[in-house]
Design a protein around this ligand. Structure first.
Ligand SMILES: [Zn+2]
Ligand SMILES: [Zn+2]
Length: 325
């Protein structure tokens, strides 16, 4: 463990601390000042990658209430836009092959168990799980493999958002009992957190739509089942509670926007009868009472509400099942 010495009271503290546990003084003031200066110099010299890296490192070392955070989020967003407009550097990071056969197997076994454990509370949720069993019995590994591909695309949405922001990230990883995740360096603002969180369900929605189109074109019931379950997995991730994606996005929504989001869940539930929406709705209503910013982020609200509505609609796809003999 690396240790730093407080400049004010000379006591030692772990380097990951923002401020001295003995006297409360910020521990990394000099380094933060250096990094901010280096970031400004790199930006002036046209080195956008270097500026982005320096400012992010500074943000990670600042205490949450540091006044120098003011405006940093805006500068990073501006850098992300300019980096996206700049011509691409050659050679990307090769993370596409991160999915091993063992990982696939572990995921199939774990995700099913995980969903079963969380959703057995009420009747509608039970019927959802029952459909998982029926689809699995009908299509077996084809259904399991399809779900994994769809979840992988969801994770790639997070990776894409992180890359846009210039935050280093790992390949998506499947973990027994936990599902899939992407590890990344700390984000500088709640707005960035919301951006990265919603990137997953947005790509997930795209993948779900694609599965739906394949069903429309081919009439294969397997793809109707995949459409329904991909929509459900993405909806589940929108429950506004950490560590789920919804939990990363709701932080920037005002109380009024949370009330509207709850209303969108209720309307979607009435239209689609998708039982999972109960979870999203109840937790969203609960988050009305938590700490919320006075001015919410309208774009994040529209993205979030749009995802809930679109995924509910797709989850209601009619899955044709063969008649029982
Ligand atoms: Zn101290
Ligand atoms: Zn996600």
């Amino acid at each position: 463990m690396s240790v730093v010495v407080c400049a004010r009271c000379s006591s030692e503290a772990p380097a990951r601390f923002h401020s001295c546990p003995a006297c409360g003084a910020p521990l990394h003031d000099e380094r933060v000042a250096e990094l901010l200066a280096a970031g400004a110099a790199a930006e002036a010299a046209g080195d956008l990658e270097g500026a982005n890296a320096a400012l992010r490192e500074a943000a990670a070392l600042m205490p949450p209430k540091d006044p120098r955070r003011e405006g940093l989020g805006g500068r990073l967003e501006d850098l992300a836009r300019r980096r996206a407009a700049a011509p691409k550097a050659a050679g990307g990071v090769g993370w596409g092959a991160g999915l091993g056969v063992l990982g696939v197997l572990a995921f199939v076994l774990s995700k099913g168990k995980f969903l079963l454990a969380g959703l057995t509370k009420t009747g509608p949720l039970l019927s959802i799980v029952a459909s998982l069993g029926v689809y699995w019995a009908l299509w077996g590994w084809k259904f399991g493999l399809g779900l994994i591909v769809l979840v992988y695309i969801h994770e790639l949405g997070h990776v894409a958002a992180l890359r846009r922001l210039g935050v280093p990230a790992t390949a998506p990883m499947f973990v027994p009992g936990l599902g899939a995740f992407v590890r990344h360096a700390p984000l500088a603002t709640l707005r960035e957190q919301a951006d990265v969180s919603l990137g997953g369900p947005e790509w997930g929605l795209g993948a779900t739509l694609l599965a739906g189109l394949v069903f429309l074109a081919s009439g294969e019931p397997l793809f109707a089942a995949l459409t329904q379950w991909s929509a459900r997995i993405n909806l589940f991730n929108l429950v506004p509670m950490p560590p789920l994606d919804g939990g990363g996005a709701i932080g920037v929504l005002s109380r009024g926007q949370r009330a509207l989001l709850t209303a969108v869940c209720a309307a979607s539930l009435a239209l689609s009868a998708e039982g999972l929406l109960w979870l999203v709705l109840i937790v969203a209503a609960f988050r009305l009472f938590g700490a919320a910013p006075a001015r919410g982020d309208a774009r994040v609200f529209l993205r979030y509400a749009g995802l809930v509505a679109a995924l509910s609609w797709l989850s209601a796809v009619d899955v044709p099942l063969p008649a029982r003999p």
